[in-house]
Every structure is written in C-alpha cells, then in structure tokens.
Design a protein around this ligand. Structure first.
Ligand code: TA6
Length: 288
C-alpha cells in the first residue's frame, strides 16, 4: 500500500488477525495491533506524514546517533531516509522466520549520505509478527569496507497507554541513569517501580534484558525483551514540552510513554566486515 506521499507501506498479519504496518520511509513501524484490532503503539493526532519530518509515533529508528550530541540531525538520519525491501537478506536463525509474518528492509548510504557520514554501512532491519502477536525488530548493521566507525542506536518506541499517571515500569530499579533534563548528569534510581507525575527524559544504563510497563487502567502489561541494547530511554514530554511541539497534541502526553531499547552510553564500534545485531521483542500480557 502507499501513503499519501506515495511512499510504500507493508502490512504484516498473523492468522489470529493481529497486524503490523511498516513504512519504507524511515523503516518505521507505524502500527502494531492485537488480534482484537486494538492499537498498541501511540501516534500523535498531529503527526506529520511528510518527509523530512519523522512521524511522531510508532517506532522511529535512531541511527547512527541518538539525541543531538553529534554532528548529525537529532536522532540521526535513518528515520528520514526511504528504505528498500530486501528480498534476499543474509539468513537469520530459523526461529526468526518460522511461523512468522516478516519483512526485510535495507538502508545503504547514498553518495550524498557519505558526505554527511563518511562510512560505508549496510543496515538490515527485519520486522516480524509472530503467531502469538509478538512484534520483533532485528537490526543488523555491518561495516562494509570503511575505516572503523562508531554509532549510537535506539528503537524509539511510543507505547499507547491509557493514563500516564496510572503507569509503572518495573526492571529499572536501582539502575544509574543520565538525566536529559539535568545536563545529562548521572543519578541512581531508587528501589521501587518507576511512576510518572512530570516530564521524564532519561537514559537508564546497563539494564536487564526484560522491562515491564504496566498499564493499570487497561489491565495489560507491555513486556520489552532486548539483546545488544544495554540502555533504556524513558521519555514523556508532559504538558509544557508537548505544547511546544507542533506534531504533538496538547493532552496527548497522557496516552503515551517512550521506553526504548537502546545503545547510547557506550557507542558501538565496528571494524571493516564486523556486524552488530540489536534485537527487540515486544509483547503484551494481561495484568491483574
Ligand atoms: O529522550 C528522548 C528524546 O531525545 C527527547 O529528548 C525528545 O527529543 C524525544 O527524543 C523526541 O525526539 P524527536 O526528534 O523525535 O522529536
């Protein structure tokens, strides 16, 4: 299917009727629905579906830079490029294909891109939907033949939640984090679950590989499992910040929370021929 800018989107469906929609613009997952057709990811009602703006919602891919600390645009260029469908990807483990609906996308730098970021890479993204509705994203980034390069990375995941004041996160207790609201200084999280009553913009460091996001009202829990992604970004702009964003509705901060599998504190360095894999598996379970 094509969006109104003529950019291709791919829809994955599983036998129970769950679905995922991926745009070739940015390689961005824009929708993940359960078998009852409920949307599990947040997209702003004011999202701008027009390049070069990244759509506000779904799962933007932040590569080769997270944030604005480097020379590139905020969160790097991958989410602002048109990817291509890769019909002949290097093989993954059979369990990454068996019984799954999936699409393989590929991003390679153009001549122009090489002027901005002079590294020859291939970025292969597999988005898959399992029979039980699990959504998996596998990123394989390879240094083709340039000198070693380093990058930071995040799956900038916008979860749809019913009420930010009724959400808690388990799995980040006692971790150190960098606080983007306090000059990225390092703090330590206390010992109990994370809850929200104001703007939060943090990078939790060296987290465990499973995080749980409890939506109290909807009585469901998002389970985030990750490999190769040691850090977790937690972001809610709250009222004031979201009012300053043209593609964010005034009250929408109450229905979203970003919890991103990421590799930020220690950028990844690849020598020629080396490949990095970052895997994210999202699922939803009923919670009492
Ligand atoms: O930590 C998440 C963050 O870096 C926030 O500071 C905010 O900028 C958010 O990403 C959204 O960034 P974007 O470029 O998508 O508007």
């Amino acid at each position: 299917i094509k969006d109104k800018n003529g950019i291709e989107q791919v829809v994955l469906q599983n036998p129970r009727g769950a679905s995922v929609r991926v745009s070739l613009y940015g390689g961005q997952v824009l929708s993940w629905r359960n078998d009852r057709g409920e949307e599990l990811l947040f997209t702003s009602s004011k999202a701008i579906f027009k390049p070069p703006k990244a759509v506000r919602g779904g799962i933007p891919i932040c590569f080769p830079q997270f944030g604005n600390r480097g020379s590139l645009e905020q969160h790097g260029f991958a989410r602002n490029k048109v990817w291509v469908i890769d019909n002949n990807p290097p093989p993954l483990h059979p369990s990454d294909s068996n019984g799954k609906a999936y699409i393989d996308l590929l991003l390679k730098p153009s001549e122009d891109d090489m002027k901005i970021w002079p590294h020859s890479f291939e970025f292969r993204l597999r988005v898959s939907l399992a029979a039980d509705g699990y959504l998996t994203l596998i990123s394989r980034i390879r240094n083709i033949n340039s000198k070693p390069f380093s990058f930071s990375f995040a799956y900038h995941t916008y979860f749809s939640i019913s009420d930010i004041s009724e959400v808690r996160i388990e799995g980040l207790e006692t971790l150190d984090y960098l606080d983007n609201l306090r000059q990225k200084e390092r703090f330590t999280e206390q010992g109990d679950a994370l809850t929200f009553e104001t703007e939060v913009d943090r990078v939790y460091l060296s987290s465990s590989d499973a995080i749980a996001v409890f939506d109290h009202e909807k009585k469901r829990t998002f389970i985030i499992k990750k490999e190769g992604l040691p850090d977790v970004v937690v972001w809610n702009p709250w009222e004031k910040k979201s009012k300053s964003m043209v593609d964010f509705g005034d009250e929408e901060y109450k229905q979203m929370l970003c919890v991103d599998g990421a590799a930020i504190e220690k950028p990844i360095t690849l020598k020629p021929g080396e490949e990095w894999t970052g895997r994210l598996e999202l699922s939803v379970i009923p919670s009492s």
